[in-house]
Design a protein around this ligand. Structure first.
Ligand code: DGT
Ligand code: CA
Ligand code: CA
Ligand code: ZN
Length: 599
């Protein structure tokens, strides 16, 4: 894992933002933005590269390479510091509002002297923005919404940021002499989309050495509390981490308690009371005698409560207790069930890696099939043409069966596309051209603010296209940054079920779209799902785990997720839409399914 790549990427992105805010060269800002993405997605740790090695990364030129080297030598980049100094802190605070661009932020500062989010809220309510060029009532509404998002995101961080840190910490603590067990709990173990703080649990002979090692980790910026059973630190990412050390015979009870959620715990505690037990962070006890009951594993704890072990991703008090008591917990899809990835990019459009590299990385993950879905021509700046797409198809066909040696059959490569759903619901190519693809993902990439009815119609129409197999990142939300589109999701779910179109669960930690609550709803319509990485670099294929976690939070089983299916079943799913009178054929298949095949 290359944490330094993320650091450098964040710094270059900030530089790009600063260039925009200061009214600098827009082209230059884009160059830095692109380099930030390339470095963030680069497979090797950039800390280990010299200027020459850095320049081999696509989009990284001489001056960027020098800045990166400077960063590792001195801990900062002079040019970034200079621009930082030119921007009042208040303006930078304004740009944290997801729906407010850098230019507007600067304008607000220069014209109205607004230099904080609170001042901006006040100014909007006092209608002081009305006289500014480019600020209509619509903009005001957008900004207010952005402020709301900013506040609701609070200090929470994205799932992958917390996961990387937690794995590093548990890895380091497991090395400390005397550490017997060490694991992360809390919202992270439940795979929530954002994480407030990391909760780590350990058992050890001697808690003192573990606690000391914890406070001495290199990325600790502050020790908030230091004790024998609980220590809290803050890290360079601003994220806090709690470490609790418990006796080995309380491990199960403690892990259950600190995994939460709080709502789930309240229910399990009620069950305990009914059994004459007491369940707390200190362990499981007999309520009458106060005697501690050995609870080395979570299975022990749940069994004492009359429940099967409940997967952490279900522990939100959304019916899992009732289902457990009835013995009807879903057999959740797991990462090991995933046989392939159906939405990925290459450097033919905005991906960073060439086709061969992506395919090799997919084979490395043991996939049985893999779809390449670069953008169609309607997405601006992607420069896609029929010829380029067909040339890519040739190369995909040549690679089909990749990795045959030493393995049965090799990998089935699907040549697909990510189509752009235009404001009317039409897509990039006519049917004659679409028929040549093995699979079509279709996604909304622009015009996010259409009205509810138009947006619903737009997506439903895409579902009705006989060549569209998957709706990519269906709501287009960006976690903590952009709300999902306003559409009648129920109508879309029904359309997906009716037309045999799968809904994507985009696994990128910035997206996680559909999100858990939407999945729970969609599932009731009998919709099928595709959990996809939407990888733009080989490294991103590993984001699959976050998509699977989200699918689990939506209670999905293998049968619900098309990319767990064997090839033949997937092939049938992808082709049946194209059959004439597909709706009827569909209906017929459903009937047959119910009655069993007669022949
Ligand atoms: P976060 O950190 O906001 O992302 O969410 P969590 O779920 O990790 O919450 P956190 O860190 O405050 O606490 C970790 C777990 O400890 C939580 O999931 C359940 C348990 N817990 C904390 N406070 C309470 C409480 O007041 N009652 C009960 N029953 N459990 C609690
Ligand atoms: Ca937590
Ligand atoms: Ca906590
Ligand atoms: Zn994509």
């Amino acid at each position: 894992m290359a944490r330094s790549n993320d650091e450098v990427a964040a710094l270059l992105q900030e530089y790009a933002d600063l260039i925009s805010i200061t009214g600098g060269d827009a082209f230059k800002a884009r160059v830095y933005e692109k380099a930030a993405r390339a470095i963030g997605g680069h497979h090797a740790d950039v800390r280990d590269l010299d200027a020459k090695g850095l320049r081999e990364i696509p989009g990284v030129g001489k001056s960027i390479a020098e800045k990166v080297v400077e960063y590792f030598r001195t801990g900062s980049i002079c040019a970034v510091d200079e621009l930082r100094a030119r921007i009042p802190a208040g303006v930078r605070q304004l740009t944290a509002i997801p729906t407010l661009g850098p230019r507007k932020a600067l304008l607000l500062y220069e014209e109205l002297g607004i230099s904080s989010v609170d001042e901006l809220t006040e100014a909007i309510h006092a209608e002081r923005l009305r006289d500014l060029k480019g600020f209509g009532p619509r903009t005001e509404e957008n900004i207010l919404h952005g402020i709301e998002l900013l506040h609701s995101a609070g200090d929470r961080v994205l799932l992958d940021v917390a996961m990387d840190l937690a794995e590093e910490i548990t890895g380091a603590l497991a090395e400390v002499t005397g550490c017997r067990r060490c694991a992360y709990a809390g919202s992270l173990r439940r795979v929530r989309e954002t994480i407030g703080d990391i909760d780590i649990l350990a058992t050890a002979e001697d808690s003192a050495s573990l606690m000391r090692a914890f406070t001495e980790l290199p990325y600790v910026t502050e020790v908030i509390a230091h004790g024998g059973t609980k220590t809290s630190i803050r890290t360079t990412k601003g994220l806090s981490v709690d470490l609790r050390v418990v006796p080995p015979d309380s491990w199960g009870a403690a892990l259950q308690y600190f995994t939460g959620s709080k709502a789930h715990n309240i229910r399990t505690r009620e069950l305990a009371v009914h059994q004459g037990l007491k369940l707390s962070e200190y362990g499981l006890f007999d309520a009458e005698s106060g005697e501690k009951i050995v609870s080395e594993t979570e299975e022990d704890v749940y069994a004492r409560l009359g429940l099967p072990w409940i997967p952490p991703t279900l522990r939100e008090d959304r019916g899992e207790i009732e289902a457990g008591l009835r013995g009807e917990l879903p057999d959740l899809v797991s990462e090991a069930d995933i046989r392939g990835d159906l939405h990925t990019h290459t450097d033919l459009t905005d991906g960073l890696a060439p086709l061969e590299e992506m395919v090799a990385a997919a084979a490395e993950r043991g996939y049985a099939y893999y779809a390449i879905t670069d953008h169609g021509p309607n997405l601006y700046m992607q420069r896609m043409t029929d010829e380029r797409m067909l040339a890519q198809r040739e190369r995909v066909r040549e690679l089909d069966g990749y990795g045959t040696r030493g393995r049965r059959g090799g990998m089935w490569l699907l040549h697909g596309v990510e189509l752009n759903i235009d404001p009317d619901g039409a897509v990039d190519w006519p049917e004659e051209f679409l028929v040549g693809f093995d699979l079509c993902v279709a996604s909304v990439h622009s015009h996010f603010n259409q009205g509810r009815e138009a947006m619903t119609r737009r997506i439903v129409r895409a579902c009705e296209n006989p060549y569209v197999n998957i709706i990519g990142h269906p709501t287009t939300r960006i976690v903590g940054k952009r709300p999902g589109v306003d559409a009648d999701l129920d109508e879309i779910f029904a359309a997906c079920a009716r037309t045999g179109t799968a809904l994507e669960i985009n696994a990128h930690p910035h997206r996680l779209d559909l999100r858990d609550e939407d999945i729970l709803r969609a599932r009731r319509y009998g919709v099928k799902f595709a959990v996809d990485s939407d990888a733009h670099a080989a490294l991103h294929l590993a984001n699959m785990r976050y998509g699977v976690g989200t699918a689990q939070r939506g209670w999905l089983t293998k049968d619900d997720v098309i990319n767990t299916w064997p090839r033949t079943r997937l092939k049938r799913f992808l082709s049946k839409k194209e059959a004439p009178c597909s709706a009827e054929a569909h209906h017929e298949e459903a009937q047959l399914g119910r009655r069993g095949r007669r022949r």
